[in-house]
Each structure stands twice: as C-alpha cells, then as structure tokens.
Design a protein around this ligand. Structure first.
Ligand code: SF4
Length: 256
C-alpha cells in the first residue's frame, strides 16, 4: 500500500502532545524488529536509546561509522552497546576507507560540491545499502533545533529507505532534554558534548563552538552555508511516498 504524507496526518494528530516513550511504544508495537533507532551517538539520540532500553523495548540501533569519527564517538557507541542490553547496535560502514576514497577522489570534504559527495558516500550510502531491512527509522530530531528541523513532524516519510521516519522528541524543548539527562546519569552521553561540541559529526568537519555561536556553527565551519549531511530527509526537499506491506499499513493507520 502506498503511503503519502497526507496519510500520516491523523497519526500526527493522534500523537500530538504524547510523551516520547508513548511514541516509542507505538513504534515497537507496530513495527517490531522492522523498526530501528538511527543514532550518531549525540545527546538526544542517547536519550531515545535510554528511554527505549529502560522501558524494555528491543530495537536495533543503526550507527553509521564514516571512518572519520572521533574516538569518543566510537567509545560512546561501545558504552551504549554494553549498558543498554535490550538494544542491538548495528554499525554500518562505507565501501571504501577514507584513505582509499582520498587516494581516488582527493579530499572531497574541503569543497562544497565535494562535501555533498563525501556525505553521500560515507553517510547516506551505507544507510541506503540496508534499504528493505527496516520499515521505520526512529531518530532524535527536535523542532527547537531550528532551521530545516523547525518543521519536523513526529511521523514522516523516507522514500529513499522506503520507510517511515519517527521523531519521538520532535516537540521536546531543550530544558526537558537537559532535565532528562540530569535525572538519568546512566544515559550514554558522548563526552565531546562537555568539550565544546554541541553537535557532533566527523572530526574532519566538526569543531567546538563558542557560547555566543549557534549550536551548529561547528559543522562544516570551513564551508559557508553547509548545515546538514542529508542523511535525514527533513533536511532535503524530497517527494514523500513509501510502499508498505498492506497489513502493516493497516496497523499503522488504524484509529486508536
Ligand atoms: S561530514 Fe565531512 S568527512 Fe564526514 S562524510 Fe561529510 S564531508 Fe565527509
């Protein structure tokens, strides 16, 4: 059955004001092991993982290792895998190492066009290689992040993955996120956050940020105007429709 964005309106209304855990429970009940959390091992993703794990909801956690991540990010992934026993971390990698890519194509990330190709090759392509494995990807985008994220819905579509995107923290304000972290010291928080990195990506393209700068000022600082890698459809203008199994679509769209 073909699902369009308009089909998700009722679902969006049904979960307006819902707690993130209720949205995760719904995702788990609807999709089972065909839903996964997509995390880059940043603070908000760690909260989603903690919520799911402590509620006993088993999910895969899909993590794309671009080959140029900080050691702290990889250590956070390992700590999460060890301390969140209901979750199963799945690490995806690009086809070529960064050294192989550089030998063949040069340092792509140093130009705007090259960055798009590099992010496609090292972030999006490994995820697209598992298209068909999941019907729903859960990520931690929040409207308060602003820019393209300001319009993020709890439920949206990812045609390239032929899957739903679910954002249980879409409506969560920063204070609530901070409060959750303060109340739960066992969340697997990437230590880079306390070293001046409000958001975290590849070490090649991420710097710390001054207190008077926007949170994403440290991403692609060397490339004016680049804000996102494109792994999240909300950051790109994409036509939205996906094909889901009829029974699954009926379960998804059934009134509460
Ligand atoms: S963030 Fe930089 S190094 Fe990482 S995939 Fe994108 S362009 Fe390449």
């Amino acid at each position: 059955m073909r699902i369009t964005a308009a089909d998700l309106d009722a679902l969006e209304r049904r979960f307006e004001g819902a707690q993130p855990l209720d949205i995760l429970r719904f995702a788990h009940a609807t999709f089972g092991e065909r839903a996964a959390i997509l995390s880059g091992m940043q603070r908000a993703g760690a909260v989603v993982c903690h919520l799911a794990d402590r509620a006993g909801l088993a999910f895969d956690v899909v993590f794309v290792d671009t080959g140029v991540l900080h050691a702290e990010t990889l250590a956070t992934r390992d700590a999460l895998a060890a301390s969140h026993r209901r979750l199963h971390v799945v690490t995806l990698r690009p086809e070529r190492t960064f050294a192989e890519q550089t030998a063949e194509e040069g340092l792509l990330y140093l130009s705007k066009e090259g960055q798009e190709r590099c992010c496609d090759l090292r972030k999006s392509a490994p995820l697209h290689a598992v298209r068909g494995r999941y019907d729903a990807l859960i990520s931690a985008l929040r409207r308060e992040e602003g820019s393209t994220r300001a319009g993020v819905h709890t439920f949206s579509l990812d045609p390239e993955m032929n899957a739903l995107r679910i954002h249980p923290l879409a409506a969560m304000p920063r204070e609530a996120l901070d409060r959750y972290l303060a109340d739960h010291p066992d969340v697997a928080v990437n230590p880079l956050h306390s070293m001046g990195f409000p958001t975290i990506g590849c070490f090649t393209c991420t710097t710390p940020v001054r207190p008077d700068e926007p949170e994403r000022a440290g991403r692609w600082r060397h490339l004016a105007g680049v804000e996102y890698c494109g792994i999240n459809p909300v950051d790109r203008a994409v036509e939205s429709a996906v094909e889901l199994d009829d029974a699954l679509a009926a379960r998804l769209l059934a009134p509460a």
